[in-house]
Design a binder for this molecule. Structure first.
Ligand code: ADP
Length: 564
C-alpha cells in the first residue's frame, strides 16, 4: 500500500475501530478479491466487535492499494460516509492489479471515476457477457434526457455485475457521463434505512464537489426523506448534471419514487414494472437467468484453476442442474476451490435440493441460495404469495396457459392475468411469448425451492388441483382440445397420484368418458403411458377391493393392452 494511504489509515485507526462493524465490510472486500475466506474467519473469531475491527485494520495495513480502495468502497456502501471521508483524500489512484482487471475498455480515468462513485469491482472470477453488456451500453448511450434504464431478471442472474460492467467503459463515461457514475446499493429496506442511504449518497456527492470547488459548503444531513430527495435533486441538477446514478437491487416502488428527481438512472431489479411509477424516458434490458454452458464451465474452471476441457464430468451436470445460474455456479465454484474433491458431493447436493449446504461465497448479499429465493417470495402480497405457492405442483419444464391457473385459483381470467403479470414482473415466473395464448413456467431452481419449502404440504396442494378441476368440470372432462384441455388430459392423473387419491385415479382411468376423450385428443400413446406409469397403483387398488362405482363383472383388466 502506498505511503499516503497507509498513514491515513494509521491516523484514522482509532475512529475506525470505534465504529465499524467488520463483518459488514468483509463481504464487500471478499467480493473484490482483496480478502480471503480464511482471513475473514480469523477476524470473525475475535470475541468482540471492536477486536474484530482492530484485526481487520491490522490486516488491511499489510495489504495493497486495491485493498484500501475496496475498504473505502465498503465503508461508503455500508453508510459509513463520515468514516469514508477520512480516507477519501488518500485514495490511491491506481494499482497494477486494478489496471489488469480494468483491461476491458477501462482506463486509469475510468477506474478513478468508478472507484469514487462506489461502483463495485468485477467479481474475483468473472466471465464476460458481451451481448448483454452492449445492450445496456446502447441504452445508456441513448439516455440523453432524464430517464431510466431498467436491468431486470431473477435472483442471482448477474444484474449487478452486468450494471457495473456496462459503465466500465472509457468512451461511455467521457461522452455521456463525465460528471461521474454514482452507485447506491438499495436492497430491501424500510423508510429509515432509505433515508440513511440517501444521506450517505448526498454526503459523498457534497464532499466530492467541495474538493473540486472549496467555496461550496457542506450542508447538515437532511432530516426527512422529502428533504433528502430535494437535496439529492439539487446536487444532481446543479453539481452533477452530466452524471449517472445506479440504483442496485430495488424492490419497491416507494423507493424508486424517492429518486424521481429528473436525473439519469440505471437500476437493477427483479421487478420489471418498477419504473412505471416514475417520470421520464424508459427503456429496459432483460437478463437471462442462465449463462451459456461454456461460460458457466469457464467460471467453474477459473475457480479451480483448471481448463474447462479438463473439468470432471460432473461439471456439466452441475451447470445443467442449475441451468447455468451465475449465482449458483459461482457459489459452487467457490466451494470447490476450498474442497476440490467434492464435485460429486456438490452435484448431489444440488440434485437433492439441499440449498442450505450451498452457502455463500461471501460475494453475495444472501447467506444462501434459498434465502435469495425466499426474499423474492416474501415481497409478494399475502394473497399473491398463497397463489404462488400453488405453483409448487407444476412439473419441471412444463408450460401452462393462464386458463389452467384460472381453474386452480378459481379466479376470473382477467384477475389471473393480473396475478401472473405481477409474478412475471418480479422475475418469479417466466412467460413464453412464442405461443398464443401465452404459456407460463418456473425456473427449475424456483420449482425446487418451492418443493423444498412446501414439502409437507405437497399432497394437499395436489389435492387442491384435483378438487378445483372436479369443481370446474363436474359435467365431464373438457373437450375443446386447447392448451388448457391438453394440460388436464396430460397431468390430471399425475396430480391425483401425487395427491395420493388412488381410488379416484383408478376410477378416472377406467372411466370410459375420460379414456375415449383422451384417446381422441391425445392419441393412444399418452393413454398407454398413463397405464404404464400408474400400473402399480392400479394393481394395488384392484387388489384392495372392487373399483369404486364399477361392478366387479364390468371391470376391465388393468394394463395397456386392455385399453379400448
Ligand atoms: P443479481 O444482481 O442478478 O442478483 P449478481 O450480479 O449480484 O446477481 O450476481 C450474483 C453472483 O453471480 C455474483 O456474486 C457473482 O458471483 C456471480 N456472477 C454474476 N455475473 C457473473 C459473471 N459475469 N461472471 C462471473 N460471475 C458472475
Amino acid at each position: 500500500m502506498e505511503e499516503g494511504a497507509r498513514s491515513c489509515l494509521l491516523q484514522s485507526r482509532s475512529s475506525l475501530e470505534q465504529d465499524i462493524r467488520a463483518s459488514y465490510l468483509m463481504d464487500h472486500m471478499i467480493s473484490d478479491g482483496v480478502l480471503t475466506g480464511d482471513e475473514e474467519d480469523r477476524i470473525r473469531s475475535k470475541p468482540t466487535r471492536k477486536e474484530q475491527a482492530a484485526a481487520l485494520l491490522e490486516l488491511l495495513l499489510r495489504k495493497d492499494n486495491q485493498a484500501y480502495i475496496s475498504f473505502y468502497n465498503a465503508l461508503v456502501r455500508e453508510s459509513y460516509g463520515d468514516l469514508a471521508s477520512l480516507l477519501h483524500n488518500s485514495l490511491p489512484l491506481i494499482s497494477p492489479e486494478a489496471e489488469k482487471s480494468f483491461s476491458d475498455g477501462g482506463t486509469r480515468y475510468v477506474q478513478a471515476v468508478l472507484s469514487e462513485g462506489g461502483v463495485p469491482q468485477r467479481p474475483v472470477v468473472f466471465v464476460s457477457r458481451p451481448a448483454l453488456v452492449n445492450r445496456v451500453r446502447e441504452k445508456l448511450y441513448r439516455l440523453q434526457e432524464p430517464g431510466w434504464v431498467t436491468v431486470f431478471g431473477m435472483a442471482g442472474s448477474g444484474k449487478s455485475v452486468l450494471a457495473a460492467e456496462a459503465v466500465r467503459d472509457h468512451a461511455l463515461i467521457t461522452e455521456c457521463f463525465p460528471g461521474g457514475v454514482h452507485w447506491l446499493s438499495i436492497g430491501q429496506l424500510d423508510r429509515s434505512d432509505l433515508l440513511v442511504r440517501i444521506q450517505s449518497l448526498c454526503f459523498r456527492l457534497e464532499q466530492q464537489s467541495q474538493e473540486k470547488d472549496p467555496s461550496s459548503s457542506l450542508h447538515r444531513s437532511p432530516g426527512s426523506l422529502e428533504e433528502a430527495k430535494e437535496r439529492l435533486r439539487f446536487l444532481m441538477l446543479r453539481r452533477y448534471p452530466r452524471s449517472l446514478l445506479i440504483l442496485d437491487d430495488i424492490w419497491d416502488s416507494s423507493v424508486i419514487k424517492a429518486f424521481d428527481i429528473q436525473c439519469r438512472v440505471l437500476l437493477t431489479t427483479r421487478d420489471r414494472s418498477l419504473a412505471d411509477c416514475v417520470s421520464g424516458s424508459k427503456s429496459e434490458v432483460a437478463v437471462e437467468s442462465g449463462l451459456e454452458e461454456d461460460q458457466a464451465l469457464e467460471i467453474l474452471a477459473l475457480y479451480v484453476n483448471g481448463k474447462p476441457q479438463r473439468l470432471p464430468e460432473q461439471a456439466r451436470s452441475i451447470v445443467r442442474e442449475c441451468k447455468g445460474s451465475p449465482l449458483v455456479v459461482s457459489l459452487i465454484g467457490a466451494l470447490l476451490r476450498e474442497f476440490p474433491d467434492r464435485w460429486a458431493y456438490y452435484l448431489h447436493t444440488l440434485q437433492q435440493k439441499k440449498f442450505k449446504r450451498i452457502r455463500k461465497s461471501s460475494s453475495y448479499d444472501y447467506d444462501a441460495l434459498d434465502q435469495a429465493m425466499a426474499a423474492s417470495i416474501q415481497v409478494l402480497s399475502d394473497e399473491h404469495r398463497e397463489l404462488y405457492i400453488d405453483l409448487t405442483v407444476l412439473e419441471k419444464d412444463v408450460k401452462v396457459p393462464a386458463k389452467v391457473l384460472s381453474v386452480l385459483w378459481d379466479l376470473e381470467p382477467e384477475e389471473v392475468e393480473d396475478v401472473l403479470q405481477d409474478f412475471v414482473n418480479k422475475s418469479l415466473l417466466f412467460r413464453d411469448c412464442h405461443h398464443r395464448p401465452y404459456l407460463y413456467y418456473l425456473h427449475d431452481l424456483q420449482l425446487d425451492f418451492l418443493a423444498e419449502m412446501n414439502r409437507s404440504g405437497l399432497e394437499s396442494l395436489h389435492t387442491k388441483v384435483v378438487r378445483q378441476y372436479q369443481q370446474r368440470y363436474s359435467q365431464g372432462p373438457p373437450t375443446s382440445g386447447d392448451e388448457e384441455c391438453l394440460y388436464w388430459f396430460r397431468f390430471l392423473t399425475y396430480h391425483m397420484a401425487k395427491a395420493n387419491l388412488t381410488q379416484e385415479l383408478c376410477s378416472l382411468m377406467f372411466s370410459l368418458d375420460w379414456v375415449r376423450t383422451k384417446a381422441q385428443i391425445m392419441g393412444p400413446a399418452h393413454l398407454i403411458n398413463d397405464y404404464v406409469e400408474y400400473g402399480a397403483i392400479l394393481d394395488k387398488e384392484r387388489g384392495a377391493g372392487p373399483l369404486p362405482g364399477v361392478p366387479v363383472s364390468e371391470r376391465p383388466p388393468v394394463g395397456a393392452a386392455s385399453v379400448p
